[in-house]
Design a protein around this ligand. Sequence first.
Ligand code: NAD
Ligand code: ZN
Length: 343
Amino acid sequence: MSQGVSRPTNVVTVEKRPIPEPGQNEVLLQMNAVGICGSDVHYWQHGKLGDFLMRKPMVLGHEGSGTVVKVGAGVQHLKAGDRVAIEPAYPLHNDDFCKSGRYNLSPRMFCCATPPYDGHLCRYYAHNANYCFKLPECVSSEEGAFIEPLSVAIHACRRGRVKLGSKVLICGAGPIGLLNLLVAKATGAAQVVICDLSSSRLEKAKEVGADFTILVTKETPQELAQEVEKVLGCMPDSTIECTGAEFCVHTGIYSTLSGGTVLLVGHGPALVSVPLLNAAIREVDIRGMFRYCNTYPMAIAMLASKKVDVKPLITHRFPLDQAVEAFETTKKRLGIKVMLKCD
Ligand code: NAD
Ligand code: ZN
């Protein structure tokens, strides 16, 4: 039997479930490490996220790594004993989005821990082998679990046009903002300034390489934009918004250099007001993003070559049978990334 974390009504529990049998193109994994994401907490607390509504208990977790214990008959590239990072979301059809390389935009996706599909927080879990990526010896299973949110940051920096010499503003020093900081620096950004309401999160940002941090207190978005320009000595060419707060969307637009890019990673309310004219007449591109695509091989290469070090972001570790405590820790926003050890 394996154990899974599920949610009847607003409850997260650890329970017995049968070990799955891998299908033709699947691998059965003994799960190693699983990171907790804000969306896991959201499902636990609210039973829905955007249009995705939980109609039955769901196993949480979509930031995972595991060791192959059994392969389906059609699987050629993996064997028992291989450690892999799991890409949790993949298209169910080879549609035009897939053919053009943007499979994350496909309307019919499988995604772990997104209703109706179960997630990774189990001892044993079966997944599509094409979306399991072998980890080299030098990349730990915890780093493997970090590849999912790291992928969000890689995709964000690509969509946000961060490049060699860029000056970058990042709004929000949560896990996603901090990973964007690491990826922006690894991409060659000259200077990165990051802002947040939390001084402890900004401390972490400094520790992992932020050139400047700004603690947001009572300023208006325009005042904060002036502060950003003052610390950088110029306006940033890219802003990566990782809070979802309307305030930060405004700040991002006012801060960004004419002709630059504001990339919206954060999920806020469905309707927000934006200073659209300011962006329009200055040719500031406001871009969106959804998850990631084609990022796992690059993320593994970045971790293996030590161009990015995600380890300082792991602040808490729990065994799977203390999953409830782990979820409480994430809910209280203690530290940055909470990891569960499933083996
Ligand atoms: P988090 O909640 O841990 O971090 C958000 C940070 O923003 C916090 O540190 C908070 O203090 C800060 N913040 C909030 N309001 C602020 C304000 N007014 N000014 C300055 N800072 C402010 O979340 P996370 O896990 O880092 O994720 C960040 C966002 O990215 C979330 O909205 C999440 O839903 C979203 N996300 C989007 C995608 C995507 O595909 N677009 C993928 C993953 C996560
Ligand atoms: Zn997530």
